[in-house]
Design a protein around this ligand. Structure first.
Ligand code: TYM
Length: 332
């Protein structure tokens, strides 16, 4: 079976972007691939989270993944920091990563702009650590949203560079999404940005939102005031709502609203009302399951432990090979 790796940072409540960019793929992939899914807790340390929040945040990501349909019996579900082999390979891979190329990564440049007072070395080498998360399991497919595409390109570069210098070890991983291209769920504020954990809460739908919050956020979602002129392209803010409908509504209901839009009779409040109800039906069961699971720390700890064992066993083999190829094998 082909190997799959993907990770999510425990930096806040999971939202629709995480679900439709990543988790939805995980759930299908668990049936057909050898899957390694993890909580990227080391990655979250670049922003110096409060130590007392970390465990709760990690547990919540685990619970939200399982509540969404991930089966820990079928996949290795683990926490990054439980796999120290990753840190060792990261050290080795840093020797093949050039400061210039890391400084040119768009996500790094964004951070320099947005948080100039905390441009730490961990941020700079973030793509190296992320590449190692993937390469250490020898993954070929990586289900992620569109925002991670560039990082996957770097992972392929590091794999190639290592293979060329020391000998073939790493397959070149590809970003993956069922369907043709990587997904990008936009923010509800209509400003063109993506939905994200740190964003304005009103513009982000979280898997933990109450029914009321979901309805309210959608009713306040940005829509263009000019409704459908003959032949004019749909404004982006309206297209965004139709895109969300495609994720949670029935084809019939989408067709009805689409026809109304083109006939110039669509009332946005009707569209948002329907989308709100469909979204509530989608999110509520996940929210409730996740809340229950989060209470069961014993179960979650068991999952983490079993996941880490499987992830470590596979990672240790790769690390052993890597060290041997580099020449770091001094004992018989
Ligand atoms: P993170 O924690 O920001 O996001 C987790 C996953 O959710 C996807 N995503 C989105 N997809 C579509 N639309 C959106 N608005 C949206 N927002 C988030 C992300 O693309 C991602 O798949 N660097 C990674 C974590 C990571 C990782 C890895 C991923 C660390 N090591 C190895 C894959 C493989 C990140 O920050 O994701």
């Amino acid at each position: 079976k082909e190997i799959v790796v993907s990770g999510i940072r425990p930096t806040g409540y999971l939202h629709l972007g995480n679900y439709f960019g990543a988790i939805r793929n995980y759930i299908r992939m668990q049936e057909d691939f050898d899957c390694y899914f993890f909580v990227a807790d080391w990655h979250s340390l670049t922003t110096h989270p409060d130590p007392k929040d970390l465990k709760g945040n990690v547990m919540r990501v685990l619970a939200e993944n399982i509540a969404s349909g991930l089966d820990p019996e079928k996949v290795a579900l683990y926490v990054q920091s439980d796999v120290p082999e990753i840190a060792e390979l990261y050290l080795l891979m840093n020797m093949l990563a050039y400061v210039g190329e890391l400084e040119r990564v768009p996500t790094f440049k964004d951070k320099v702009r947005l948080q100039p007072d905390n441009v730490n070395a961990g941020l700079l080498t973030y793509p190296v650590l992320m590449s190692v998360d993937i390469l250490i399991q020898r993954a070929v497919k990586v289900p992620v949203g569109k925002d991670q595409g560039q990082h996957l390109e770097m992972a392929r570069n590091f794999a190639q560079r290592f293979n060329q210098r020391y000998g073939d070890l790493f397959p070149e991983p590809q970003a993956f999404n069922y369907g043709d291209s990587l997904v990008r769920i936009p923010s509800l504020d209509g400003k063109g940005g993506k939905m994200s954990k740190s964003e304005n809460e009103m513009a982000t739908l979280y898997l933990a939102d109450t029914d009321e919050q979901i309805r309210k956020k959608l009713s306040k979602a940005k829509t263009d005031s000019s409704s459908g002129e003959e032949g004019a392209p749909m404004p982006e803010s309206v297209q965004n709502l139709f895109d969300l409908m495609k994720l949670v509504s029935t084809p019939e209901s989408i067709a009805t609203f689409d026809a109304a839009y083109h006939a110039g009779t669509l009332r946005y409040s009707d569209l948002k009302g329907q989308l709100g109800e469909d979204m509530v039906k989608f999110i509520a069961p996940i929210r409730e399951k996740a809340a229950a699971l989060q209470q069961d720390t014993q179960y979650l700890e068991k999952v983490m432990k079993a996941g880490a064992e499987k992830a470590r066993a596979n990672a240790a083999q790769t690390l052993h090979q890597a060290k041997k190829l580099i020449g770091l094998n001094y004992y018989q």
